[in-house]
Write a protein that binds this ligand. Structure first.
Ligand code: PMV
Length: 360
């Protein structure tokens, strides 16, 4: 598949105005994407769980405008006008204009809200960009006389979301999504996310993810800066190879339900992501003392109880606590009794693996 296959030939319909609303989930990577080439091409393949409760809901209203020489739009978060969001969206529109040639022909009103607190340290860029990409694809579908197949629709929406924020391309469908070429994963692509195509054991059905909000502040280092620090990073090439090897190892783990293999791989990936940050130049640490307190508590709990609880981290201090559904009661108790004290204002979000975006 080549980029130019996403350029539409012509549109059969013309529309004056309308609106579409999509709800799109966040995702948490098991094998992490960290490092990219030009045009948001990942240096290594990654795989993520789609989340169920952490979502962005975006309503895109559009009306035809006279001039077609510039982008025209306004952005609202929770009904409040957000001009500081505009540069990111303008950049996104510039990147995708070739693939959606109608963009300059409309004025857009983008109204967005998140089901998770805005300043929770949970990135809204994946769910935000995927929701916007889906709304834009709904317009393209209507312009094309509604003849786009679902598969083609989601593939192009993922392709567009990637150009907004890399990991956003894994935030459209459920429940396990791979992004990035991998020789042993059929259909995998650097250009868009695909559903993980192989067998997944019952142990991973309805997997739980409770996000402990250790630090709800803005990220100190944007992921764009972080990705760039992988250029000339002394361990970069080994890291990219390791990520591919880990994805390969995950295939039999997911098939056989090997929980210990899963735990070792997922925790190692999380710490490796942070190790890359700590060993870049300039270096930085996104974990906080409470992140480490939680990790140590999880390790003791696992050792003392034989639980299959584990953790992963995103590019921040918050801890994603992952566990099988059949351990929910006991782990929620453990979280309440021993981990909540390490969360900012005692806050956490109970989530689980989910099934993807919805047109509302
Ligand atoms: O999508 P970006 O450019 O914000 O990159 C995010 C990368 C991580 O969230 C840190 C890891 C991942 O694979 O999701």
């Amino acid at each position: 598949m080549q980029e130019n296959q996403f350029i539409p030939k012509s549109y059969s319909n013309s529309i004056e105005k309308g609106s579409f609303t999509w709800s799109s989930p966040s995702n948490i990577a098991l094998v992490k994407y960290w490092g990219k080439k030009k045009d948001q091409i990942p240096e290594n393949p990654s795989i993520s769980f789609t989340l169920n409760n952490c979502k962005t809901i975006t309503k895109l209203s559009f009306s035809k405008k006279e001039s077609t020489d510039h982008f025209a739009f306004d952005v609202f978060l929770d009904d409040e006008k957000k001009d500081d969001f505009k540069p990111k969206i303008e950049t996104f529109f510039k990147r995708i204009e070739t693939y959606l040639p109608f963009l300059k022909g409309f004025y857009f009103k983008i109204e967005t809200s998140n089901t998770f607190p805005h300043s929770s340290g949970i990135a809204s860029s994946a769910s935000g960009m995927s929701a916007l990409a889906l709304c834009l694809m709904s317009i393209e579908k209507e312009l094309s006389g509604n003849i786009i197949l679902d598969e083609v629709f989601y593939q192009k929406a993922s392709f567009l979301a990637r150009l907004g924020s890399g990991s956003a391309c894994r935030s459209l469908e459920g429940d396990l999504i791979v992004w990035g070429n991998h020789k042993n994963i059929e259909g995998s692509s650097n250009l868009f996310g695909v559903k993980y195509p192989y067998q997944v054991h019952e142990n991973f059905k309805n997997y739980q993810d409770t996000i402990l909000l250790v630090d709800k502040g803005e990220k100190q280092v944007s992921s764009t800066v972080g990705h760039n620090l992988m250029h000339n990073h002394p361990f970069a090439q080994e890291r990219f190879k390791q990520a591919s090897a880990n994805l390969n190892k995950l295939i039999p783990i997911l098939k056989t339900g090997d929980m210990d293999g899963f735990i070792a791989l997922v925790e190692s990936e999380a710490l490796t992501l942070h190790a890359m940050m700590m060993t870049s130049m300039p270096y930085f640490i996104l974990m906080k003392p409470n992140t480490l307190e939680i990790i140590n508590k999880i390790w003791s709990f696992r050792q003392n109880t034989g639980s299959k609880i584990c953790f992963t981290l995103d590019a921040g201090a918050n801890v994603h606590v992952l566990y099988p559904e059949n351990e929910s009661d006991k782990i929620v108790e453990f979280i309440k009794n021993e981990l909540v004290v390490f969360c900012q204002k005692g806050e956490y979000i109970k989530d689980k693996i989910g099934f993807g975006a919805q047109l509302l």
